[in-house]
Structure formats: C-alpha cells, structure tokens
Write a protein that binds this ligand. Structure first.
Ligand code: PMP
Length: 442
C-alpha cells in the first residue's frame, strides 16, 4: 500500500472507531466497569477489540440488541455455536424440561446415552463417544488418548489452526499451549507434509487437523492434502484426529463423510449442545474402549458436567431440529451468499473463503491457502469493514468471520449484500490503492 493509502486507511479507521465509540456509550461504560474485576473486562479473548467490545443485551431469532438499543442481524452465530439462532422453540422447550426434572442429578441420567447414540449414528467413523464441556477439552482428551495408546509423544498440527484455548497455532503456537511435542506443518502443503512424515513419522502419536481452518480464516483443506494425512498416518501408526468442532455442520457426518475419509478420532463442539456448553470426542471402538471403566487398565476421563442435563437435553432437541435437509439448506444458503459476495468483490483485493454456511473475508488478491496467507492479508481494511457493517446493523466477527444460523433467511442475506456493496462503494479508493506487493497489517 502506498504512503498516501496508508494515511487514508489510518484516518478512516480513526474516524470509524470514533463513530463507534460515540454510538455506544453504554457498552463503553460496561466495559470500563468490567475491567475492575476481569483482566481487560474479558473472560473470552476472541470477543475483545479496540476501543471496547459491544455489550449484548439480548437476542431473538437471528437478531441481537446491544445495551445502547441498536439492533443487529446476527451473522456471527456465536462463532458457529449459535447455529439455531437465539430462540429455537424446541431447544427452549428441552431446556425447560430439563429444569423441571432437576439439575445436578448425581448419577447417570436418561439422556446421555440417547445423545451418544444420535451422534454415533450420524458419523460413520464414530463407534464410541464421550462428552466433555468444550471443544478445547475434547481435543485435549483426544490427544491424551492418542499419546496413551501409541506410547509416543509427537503431535503434528498446522500453522494457523485453532483447536482450543490451550491448543492455538496461529503464528506457530501460543506459549499457553499444553506441552505435547508439537510439530507444526504448513496447511495444504502436500510436499512439505510428506517430507515431515518421512522424517518424524515414527515419533507421531497423532495428527490433529481441522478439515477447514475455521477460526484461522475459513481456509478449506484440499481433499488431496487431507487424504495424504490419512494415508501417511496409517503407514506410520499415528492416529488421525479430525477436529470437526466447526466443520461438522457442513454435512451429517461432517466434512470427513463428504470426502469419504475415515478419521480414527473426531472431536465435536459448538452447536451440538443447542447453545449450551458442549464438547465430545469419539471414534474407533478399539481406541475409545481404553476409557471403558470395566477394564482393569482403563484410562480415566472424569468431568462433573460431562453429562449435565441441560446440555444433554438441548443436544437431543438440536439433533432433531438439524435434520440432514435443514443442514443442506443452511449450507446451500451460505454457498449462495459467498458467491454473491465474491461477485461483488470481483477485481478488488477482497476474497471470501469458506465452505457452506461458514466464511471469512480476506483483504488480499493473493490465494489464501494457509495460516501465513491469512496473516499476510490486510488487517486494517478488515477492521474498517467490521465497523462499517456494525454501522449498517450487521454483526460479524472482528476477524472477518460469518457463520449463518438457521433463522438467517433471504432478507438477512440481502441486507448483508447491501451493506458490503455500500462498503465497497464508500471505500473504493482505499481498496483500489491496496496493492498485492505491499499488503501488510496496520
Ligand atoms: N476446535 C475448533 C475447530 C474450534 O473452532 C474451536 C472453537 N473456536 C475449538 C476447537 C474449541 O472449542 P471451545 O471454544 O468450545 O473450547
């Protein structure tokens, strides 16, 4: 970007942040107050952005209202956990039923095995399943299991991937990650990954991979890349763990079923709890049965809330609502929206990547195929789009992600298209001066 364009973008951002701050005095005050008791007023890092994040008052259907009274179309869907919107009647009813039956029942309840059966029936690779409270925990357990059953310590992951709070690999890996022997490869790099297997294969307990980098920018894994992982893990005796916490919404058996790849273990989370905290890991019977407490050498997997009745009840209702037909319609709607957005951005350094109901915008005219490509795109334009969309009543993630929920219909998609068209119109000069050779982050 030229010096003039840089100055133009910096000025536009200052103005957008000021407009945002002026429009949201109550959110600002709530943030200041929360900072007294929580570091940065925050208990969920992804929600923070400058100058302060919005405080949401309530939600209904596909709508959100903030504490300053603005209404938004929710195009974020709680980073994919809110697939059912904010007030799906069957889920509300299931939660009320659970409340009526009493909380914290001190034993097995009548719901957990039914939910297990419902999920196993959808995923051909999941013979046996166990529940956790989050996707993070599901991945932690899957890796611990892989280490225990293989007797090896290495875990191959990919730069830019996000597998949970203690399993974050943007920029190579967070200092707070759990201490496995990480080997960090390049997503979608078949030759490089092949070479990694040649050298390190015998050390590997597991390969942990998202079939599409989700939080990392909605970057689909090439089918051939994912098949390579299947072939090479079988050869070297490592377990292939598919993190389908996000991608499981793409088809009844997840992206693995679409690609006919059978993972050894699969991790789930997000929407399966119908909006309640949820996680699960499951897969091959011979591997998962290491947790069978009838075995004298059984591994332990405890968790006070693993079978909590609110999640189990909401999860059962969620499975009923999310029929294969409803899933197909949701993802077809997302595909149509992404195509329309891509058409709008034709000729501009602005790309919409993703699959089905999941998408992320990247301000670059270069292909986006891995974590480094995502990091190299322009972050300032992304921030500007975020504020301009909020101003137009469209709620997305600050990092440019959208995840459609079931109540998002044609009218909502049209509103998104108009808002992005207006952004392109208004910011045309800035977008035009963004050149491929000097893209950088503000
Ligand atoms: N894996 C993936 C692919 C995710 O997107 C996430 C959450 N963004 C997680 C794991 C972690 O899930 P949770 O936030 O429930 O711990």
């Amino acid at each position: 970007m030229t010096v003039e364009a840089d100055a133009g973008l910096a000025g536009a951002l200052t103005e957008a942040r000021r407009r945002y701050a002026d429009a949201n005095p109550r959110s600002s005050a709530a943030f200041e107050s929360a900072c007294a008791d929580m570091p940065g007023g925050n208990t969920r890092t992804v929600l923070f952005h400058e100058p302060f994040p919005l405080r949401i008052q309530r939600g209904s259907g596909a709508r959100l209202w903030d504490v300053d009274g603005h209404q938004y179309v929710d195009f974020l869907g709680d980073f994919t956990a809110g697939l059912f919107g904010h007030s799906e009647p069957a889920i509300g009813e299931a939660l009320r039923r659970a409340l009526d039956g009493g909380l914290a029942l001190s034993g097995h309840n009548t719901l957990e095995a039914r939910l297990a059966r419902g999920i196993c029936a959808r995923f051909p690779s999941i013979d046996l399943i166990r529940f956790t409270n989050s996707g993070t925990e599901a991945n932690l357990l899957a890796l611990a299991l892989a280490v225990a059953v293989t007797g090896r310590r290495g875990v191959l992951v990919f730069d830019g991937a996000y597998h949970g709070s203690l399993l974050a690999f943007a920029g190579g890996g967070a200092v707070t990650n759990v201490p496995h022997d990480w080997i960090v490869g390049t997503y979608n790099d078949q030759a490089g990954t092949d070479a990694l297997f040649d050298r390190r294969g015998p050390e590997l307990a597991a390969v942990l991979v998202e079939p599409m980098l989700g939080s990392g920018g909605c970057v689909p894994g090439d089918p051939e890349f994912l098949r390579l992982l299947r072939r090479r893990t079988l050869e070297c005796g490592a377990l292939l763990v598919f993190d389908e916490v996000m991608t499981s919404r793409l088809a009844p058996g997840g992206r693995q079923a679409e690609l006919s790849i059978r993972a050894d273990l699969t991790t789930l989370g997000k929407y399966f709890g119908g909006g309640s905290s949820f996680g699960a890991f499951g897969g091959r019977a011979d591997v998962m049965s290491a947790f069978d407490p009838r075995r004298p050498d059984a591994l332990t997997h405890a968790g006070t809330f693993n079978n909590n009745v609110l999640t189990m009840s909401a999860g059962l209702a969620a499975l009923d609502v999310l029929t294969p037909a409803a899933m197909a319609e949701l993802n077809a709607r997302g595909d149509r929206l992404r195509t329309r957005l891509t058409d709008l951005a034709a000729g501009l350094p602005m790309r919409f990547t993703g699959l089905g109901s999941l998408m992320t915008v990247h301000f670059t005219d270069l292909p986006v195929r891995n974590g480094a490509d995502v990091a190299a795109a322009d972050q300032g334009l992304k921030e500007l789009l975020y504020f301009d969309l909020l101003n137009a009543g469209i709620y997305t993630a600050r990092r440019g992600m959208s995840a459609l929920s079931l109540p998002v219909g044609d009218a909502e998609c049209d509103a998104m298209i108009s808002a992005v068209a207006e952004f392109i119109d208004r910011r045309h000069a800035l977008l035009r001066t963004h050149s491929r050779s000097s893209a950088h982050s503000l």
